[in-house]
Design a protein around this ligand. Structure first.
Ligand code: ADP
Length: 402
């Protein structure tokens, strides 16, 4: 049973083809620099015995339609999929589902219109996601296609957590509220953590920390998201690679007055030139760790600030949840950066949170526990797999309709 998962960005298309009978990846790839003079497709087909064959194509790809054609050709030539009739379904990652989508949606004209209506809330992401959906519908009109939303898991967050203390009509007339993102990842790692702990997810209180280029933390009570650090947009919350996370909103007006920067320029500064990059000039945690180890003071400060912000959220969400069964680290940094995990939990033994320095060195592609024997709260490292979760939700949605 083959399911294709598509994550369509403004100048890129990421894809993974799964055989969902055993959840194996048959092929995956990334087409980058769509619309530039030369685009690049890196495709990998995986065989049952674990070998992989990599193909790279460099050629101009003017738009998503041409890109999809190229991906289809490569999937076909590599033998991963004959034609679209072999697909049980196609799952699309969609960043913003607003309040309209609490669960995945079978894509039809109404759903496309609703995703389009949400563009003002996600002007960078939803148009790119829609471009992928529209092209996929053209190429595979008979294959059921499902939109899986980054925001959906957080629709269980109650009003006291999702409302901003702003005039009421801004919420009612302009949809100004917190939505949260990375929901597919938070939900996936929460389920994996439940499996690891041999407990029902509905019985667990968790704090899940997705630390990648973007970063967010979610408070999960009895298996449901009850608060999360990203807000109306992914800019709020933790310090990220290039995003500031929480700041005093008055800084924006001050900057406008002092520097003459236009609102769009300030938005770009906060999204693309702030966070770790703003503090130390680097946004890749491996490079920052290296630089800090070589004695660079700004890289050290960036790490201090990064971990301090995480710690504040762990404390806050501990208060929200009352009782926490486990912290769950995931994402490129959460899964790999032992030092960040250790420092983010430092001084939290009063909350029953204590990392074991040796167990924390684990290097594993599967879930593992890193808490000390004294730690009341379990501390887990769980590799995320948003694509697999999209495939799982795609199948579940299609089946629920038959
Ligand atoms: P994205 O959000 O784009 O999916 P990832 O989840 O892959 O990103 O996370 C990327 C981040 O993970 C980068 O900052 C990268 O430096 C960091 N990272 C990956 N591997 C390691 C590692 N071994 N040690 C420290 N940081 C790592």
């Amino acid at each position: 049973m083959k399911v294709l998962v598509i994550n369509s960005g403004s100048s890129s298309i990421k894809y993974q083809l799964f055989d969902m009978s055993d959840k194996t990846v048959l092929a995956k790839g990334l087409l980058e620099q769509i619309g530039e003079a030369e685009s690049r497709l890196t495709h990998r087909s995986l065989t049952r015995v674990g070998d992989s064959v990599e193909v790279t194509r460099k050629q101009p790809v003017t738009n998503h339609q041409v890109g999809f054609q190229l991906i289809g050709d490569v999937l076909n030539q590599s033998g991963a999929v004959g034609d679209s009739s072999e697909l049980f379904g196609i799952g699309h990652r969609v960043v913003h589902g607003g309040e309209a989508f609490q669960t995945p949606a079978l894509i039809d004209e109404k759903v496309v219109t609703a995703i389009r209506a949400l563009i003002p809330l996600a002007p960078l992401h939803n148009p790119a996601n829609l471009a992928g959906i529209e092209v996929a519908l053209k190429f595979a009109p008979r294959v059921p296609q499902v939109a899986v939303f980054d925001t959906a898991f957080h629709q269980s967050v109650p009003p006291q957590a999702f409302r901003y203390a702003l005039p009421n009509d801004l919420y009612h007339d302009h949809n100004v509220r917190r939505y949260g993102f990375h929901g597919t990842s938070h939900f996936y790692v929460a389920k994996q953590a439940a499996g690891y702990l041999k407990r029902a997810l509905a019985s667990l209180n968790l704090i899940t920390l997705h630390l990648g280029n973007g970063a967010s933390v979610t408070a999960i009570a009895n298996g449901k998201s009850v608060d999360t650090s990203m807000g109306m947009t992914p800019l709020e919350g933790l310090i990220m690679g290039t995003r500031s996370g929480d700041i005093d909103p008055a800084i924006i007006f001050y900057l406008g007055r002092q520097t003459g920067l236009a609102p769009d320029e300030i938005e770009s500064l906060l999204n693309k030139n702030s966070g770790l990059k703003g503090i130390c000039g680097l946004n890749d945690m491996r490079a920052i760790a290296q630089s800090a180890a070589e004695g660079d003071a700004s890289a050290r400060l960036a790490i201090e600030m990064y971990c301090y912000r995480i710690k504040k959220y762990i404390g806050a969400y501990h208060a929200v949840l009352g009782d926490v069964d486990a912290l769950v680290f995931t994402g490129g940094i959460g899964e790999n950066a032992a030092n960040i995990r250790l420092r983010s939990c430092e001084g939290l033994s009063c909350f029953g949170i204590e990392v074991d320095a040796k167990r924390n060195q684990l290097k594993s592609k599967t879930s593992g526990a890193i808490q000390s024997d004294r730690s009341r709260v379990k501390i887990l490292v769980v590799p995320t797999d948003e694509e697999l979760e999209i495939a799982v939700q795609t199948i579940a949605k299609i089946r629920s309709l038959s």
